[in-house]
Design a protein around this ligand. Structure first.
Ligand code: HAM
Length: 425
């Protein structure tokens, strides 16, 4: 036998069963985004490497060690996108979208690639739904974005998510802060781990992002960025917080929240769950007012976020108590080959009557016993059995498969109504 080929580590197949949960998730999110006036943009998965190097930042983990970068057959340096923001800015500029609509609200959905160490909730191919807005400088859009995310969790039926927010100020404020941080961490050089020593040289802000528990005391005693903020940045952040308060959305201000990408300024945020283990951030983003100019456009303010679909779909399953969704409501079984055509036609009639029902037929013949076994495997709540007698009398034997009462004979004419009642009982 030949060796069986396998998927690449950290890159998952999304199998039937799970894919339905993904579809439902995507539909709900798309509806909420439409309600806020967002338009979908579909972007390439591969971009020139420079798109990411320039935007995400040379000193970030993503650019330093996680990108899938390769030379194509022309020798061009290309990268599988590790995130969506950079490509979105590239597309907005390339197509002059801001000339047509100076205020843009866009969203995208698709796979992203990062060569991270795979573990539960962290993959090398993962999927994001991302949202990006352009041309709005005030704190009102920051607040609206946070209201939108809160509404997403509500629409999805998720609870218990914690919102953490922070402000990173503007470039000049960060420069002063950076100098203070460099002084502080240099004075504690002996206590720094190898990674942090490297970060001290390249970008001391990154040290605040350290996941090493041994570094936490040092990090929490470090100078705080908010001590370096000017009045305008303070007012911006205060306004965002005030709207959250007025809307009744709970949040925690986390001064060590710095994010793993360099393009952020002012408001940054993460939505975090404690129910998924170490990889608990399900949605994250912030303002990136300097990026459009950095990517070759005029200065245009921007803010956005992305959510990790794998993590959110997993959280939905956890919160639903791992309730596995029946893959079908109804399953049609023919007692013998003679009734198989009638069974197909009955299934068609039921789909006509109730387009929302999932009606599966047990095709392929076999004994009634083996067909009933297959019917059970479809997960259907009810099996509809057609035998010689049922066909002759224009009836169907209706057998509840999950313990909702006795088998009964129902006239074809009454079937849709009676099934509707049984399925909602
Ligand atoms: P990010 O924090 O790198 O931000 O990723 C956003 C979300 O994607 C994370 O919170 C997480 O849910 C999910 N995610 C990231 N990496 C992985 C992984 N290896 N496996 C599974 N899920 C993952 C960004 O990507 C920014 N582009 C967000 C943004 C948009 N900021 C402004 N606009």
């Amino acid at each position: 036998m030949k060796e069986q080929l396998r998927a690449i580590r950290g890159m998952n197949d999304i199998l039937p069963g799970a894919s339905e949960r993904w579809q439902q998730f995507e539909q709900t999110v798309a509806q909420v985004l439409a309600a806020y006036g967002y338009q979908q943009i579909r972007l390439p998965i591969v971009e020139q490497t420079a798109v990411f190097e320039r935007s995400i930042g040379d000193t970030t983990d993503i650019v330093q060690k996680e990108m899938y970068t390769f030379a194509d057959r022309n020798g061009d340096r290309l990268t599988l996108r590790p995130e969506g923001t950079a490509g979105c800015v590239r597309a907005v500029l390339e197509h002059g979208l801001l000339n047509v609509q100076p205020q843009l609200r866009l969203w995208y959905n698709g796979p992203m690639f990062r060569h991270e160490r795979p573990q539960k909730g962290r993959y090398r191919q993962f999927h994001q739904i991302g949202v990006e807005t352009y041309g709005m400088a005030g704190p009102d859009i920051d607040a609206e974005i946070l209201l939108l995310t809160a509404r997403l969790w509500q629409a999805l039926g998720l609870s218990g998510l914690r919102l953490e927010i922070n402000t990173l100020g503007v470039a000049a404020e960060r420069e002063h802060y950076r100098a203070a941080l460099t002084a502080y961490f240099s004075a504690h050089r002996d206590a720094l781990d190898a990674d942090s020593l490297l970060r001290l040289e390249r970008n001391p802000l990154r040290i605040l992002d350290s996941k090493n528990p041994a570094m936490q005391a040092l990090v929490s005693n470090a100078p705080r960025l908010d001590e370096f903020l000017e009045a305008e940045s303070r007012a911006h952040f205060a306004s965002v917080c005030a709207t959250l308060d007025a809307a009744g959305i709970a949040y925690v201000v986390n001064p060590t929240l710095v994010r793993g990408l360099d393009y952020y300024s002012r408001t940054v945020f993460e939505w975090i769950t404690t129910e998924l283990g170490a990889q608990g951030t399900v949605c994250a983003g912030g303002r990136y007012d300097a990026l459009v100019e950095l990517m070759g456009g005029k200065p245009v303010p921007a803010i956005g976020f992305a959510m990790g679909i794998e993590r959110l779909v997993e959280l939905l399953a956890v919160q639903a108590g791992e309730r596995s969704e029946a893959s079908a409501e109804l399953c049609v079984v023919s007692a013998s080959e003679a009734e198989s055509q009638a069974a197909l036609l009955l299934a068609e009639r039921l789909r006509d009557a109730h387009p929302g029902w999932r009606v599966v037929t047990v095709c392929g013949g076999g004994s009634l016993k083996s067909q009933m076994k297959r019917a059970d495997r479809t997960g259907a709540a009810i099996a509809l059995i057609l035998g010689e007698d049922e066909v002759a009398t224009a009836t169907v034997s209706v057998k509840p498969m999950r313990g909702q009462g006795e088998q009964q004979r129902i006239a074809l004419s009454e079937l849709p109504t009676k099934l509707a009642a049984l399925l909602t009982a």
